[in-house]
Design a protein around this ligand. Structure first.
Ligand code: IMP
Ligand code: MG
Length: 190
């Protein structure tokens, strides 16, 4: 699909069709994994805002009971790189003790966000705790952290679309693209 925001992109990295195909496969893999554990239900925890678009699609690709909750984390402000350590701004509401939990994020960059949330959720004593990210940046892992499920491995470039933002814009793009470098710090965007 062509959108009016595409002219802000240097190029498209992952198309809408590629995303949807990969999500269907991930949904099957995840369903099979939990069925293999004898589970009838999984609790998805999405890291907002970035994971809400991916989360909305992946939850419908899982063929069993799914409970949904979100955790809100902030580490990026208006920059295209993390300016502070990830902070939890809003905690989950569901009880996850003795539940199978799948943590969903949009992108694994340094891995700090996912690792920190995994540690925090682990304190609630889930029965199992796995992670699923749509994207992983190649060569950027500072912590050696790997997600259990990864949609696509991408180069170390700043990407937007399909939930990923720059200054809260571009989340509505149906595909994932590299933002043109000269647009990465427009002073008028608050
Ligand atoms: P990490 O803690 O360095 O792994 O950062 C992960 C978080 O940073 C993700 O949840 C995203 O919100 C954000 N992020 C990292 N890389 C990008 C990018 O290329 N575009 C948009 N957001 C990004
Ligand atoms: Mg973000």
């Amino acid at each position: 699909m062509i959108t009016s925001l595409d002219s802000d992109l240097d190029h498209i990295l992952v198309t809408q069709e590629e995303i949807q195909k990969r999500i269907a496969q991930l949904g099957e893999d995840i369903t099979e994994h939990y069925r293999g554990l004898g589970a009838e239900e999984v609790t998805l925890i999405c890291i907002t805002n970035g994971a809400i678009v991916f989360g909305a699609d992946i939850l419908r690709a899982i063929d069993m009971y799914v409970r949904l909750d979100c955790v809100r984390v902030s580490s990026y402000q208006k920059e295209d790189h993390p300016v502070t350590e990830p902070q939890i701004i809003d905690q989950i509401r569901l009880d996850i003790e003795s539940r199978h939990v799948l943590l969903i994020d949009d992108i694994l960059d340094t891995g700090k966000t996912l690792q920190k949330i995994v540690n925090i959720l682990g304190e609630f004593n889930p029965l199992s705790l796995h992670t699923c990210v749509l994207l992983q940046k190649k060569g950027r892992i500072q912590t050696n952290y790997q997600a259990d499920y990864t949609g696509f491995h991408i180069p170390n470039e700043f990407v937007v679309g399909y939930g990923l933002d720059f200054a809260e814009r571009y989340r509505n793009l149906p595909h994932i693209g590299v933002l043109r470098p000269e647009l990465q710090n427009p002073p008028e965007w608050q």
